[in-house]
Design a protein around this ligand. Structure first.
Ligand code: ATP
Ligand code: MG
Length: 346
């Protein structure tokens, strides 16, 4: 069986270091590994509209921003097909058939959707499309016969829902769809990167992000303003590293070479953590180091982004070509689905 990747992002803003840690970095590594036969990267504008119906302009403008972030991170259009979700109506049709395989109580039970409803104050007025977006995500994944979905931990319930739909479809209509598995980041700290404000998740909708395209001064300002351990008031106080966003970011992004280059008094992260826990290590020192780590990680991304920004017509062409070729694949799956359901009348 072919190994195929499908993953993507909602164009509700530029991409941030949470996306990078949770999914983008892994995607680029998987792309470069050569282990996959096909790779599809979707800009999920239709999904973004499920909670942005009144802001189509925001979604429209962010499509190009997300595409630039992709190219800046090293996604290569020769090896990864980048496409725009709403331009593939076959995905909507698949969603419509899959909706009949899922109960209302099942969609209401999705913990990620539940948390997002609360976060958006949707309790009293949930758009139906928003509640059902995991079903549309199942359509996206299965349309490309994806076997692997590199994503952050918040996507686990979506993959579970998708597998349920696949199993139910295959059981009723015969073996047609492929069950995907999630590919989580290898470092625990990358599964769900917290915001700079200490909230559980860095998220475009929460305004607590370091964006991949932030200029160096902005990255520094954000790192220096980060929430840390509230009990670590003075430098001498013993501090907590667990649950402390600054240390979680160091877990996610620092490498031994960073210590050698920027903080050679310490052999590595464990020693730095020990010192913080013992007391005697100030937040400013740790944050300054984190800033250097982030700058080292982000600087090549920023440079590549600047180059692509000079070549926007080419970026549009990449999206156009990617969308056309992705559509052919989705159309072929839809034909199989209609055939299996015996609704391919003529
Ligand atoms: P929105 O607030 O509009 O939902 P978002 O910041 O949650 O935006 P998405 O486009 O929903 O971003 O997520 C895209 C991908 O990035 C998913 O695979 C998701 O798991 C991953 N991701 C998003 N935020 C984080 C995070 N803070 N840590 C790890 N992975 C993340
Ligand atoms: Mg999200």
């Amino acid at each position: 069986m072919k190994e195929i990747i499908l993953t993507g992002d909602r164009p509700t803003g530029r991409l941030h270091v949470g996306h990078y840690a949770g999914s983008l970095k892994e995607r680029v590594a998987l792309q470069d590994s050569g282990r996959f036969d096909e790779i599809y990267i979707m800009i999920a504008d239709a999904q973004a509209l499920t909670d942005n119906a009144e802001h189509p302009e925001k979604v429209r403008q962010n499509i190009i921003q997300v595409a630039l972030d992709y190219l800046a991170c090293g996604l290569d259009p020769e090896r990864s097909t980048i496409f725009i979700q709403s331009m593939i109506p076959e995905l909507t049709e698949l969603t419509f058939y899959y909706m009949n395989l899922v109960t209302v109580s099942r969609v209401q039970r999705n913990p990620t959707v539940k948390a997002e409803i609360q976060q958006r104050n949707f309790e009293a007025s949930i758009p139906v499309g928003f509640l059902c977006y995991p079903i549309s995500q199942a359509a996206d994944i299965t349309a490309f016969r994806a076997t692997a979905v590199p994503a952050g931990e918040d996507q686990e319930p979506m993959l579970e829902q998708c597998r349920e739909i696949v199993r139910k479809f295959n059981e009723i209509y015969g073996e047609t769809l492929v069950e995907p598995k999630i590919v989580l980041p290898s470092r625990q700290s990358c599964m769900r990167l917290p915001g700079i404000d200490g909230k559980a998740k860095m998220s475009k909708s929460l305004g607590n992000c370091i964006y991949l395209s932030d200029p160096p001064e902005e990255v520094k300002r954000k790192v220096m303003s980060m929430f840390t351990d509230p009990t670590h008031l003075r430098k001498e106080d013993p501090g907590h590293t667990e649950g402390n966003p600054v240390f979680i970011y160091l877990d996610a992004f620092s490498r031994p070479e960073h210590f050698a280059e920027f903080l050679s008094e310490y052999s590595g992260l464990d020693e730095l953590k020990d010192h913080y826990q013992r007391g005697g290590l100030g937040d400013v020192t740790v944050k300054e180091f984190l800033n250097q780590v982030m700058q080292a990680e982000l600087s090549p991304i920023r440079q590549r982004r600047a180059q692509w920004e000079q070549r926007l017509p080419e970026v549009y062409e990449i999206l156009k070509e990617g969308t056309a070729s992705a559509r052919t694949v989705a159309a072929s799956t839809l034909r199989d689905v209609r055939h299996a359901m015996q609704i391919d009348y003529f």
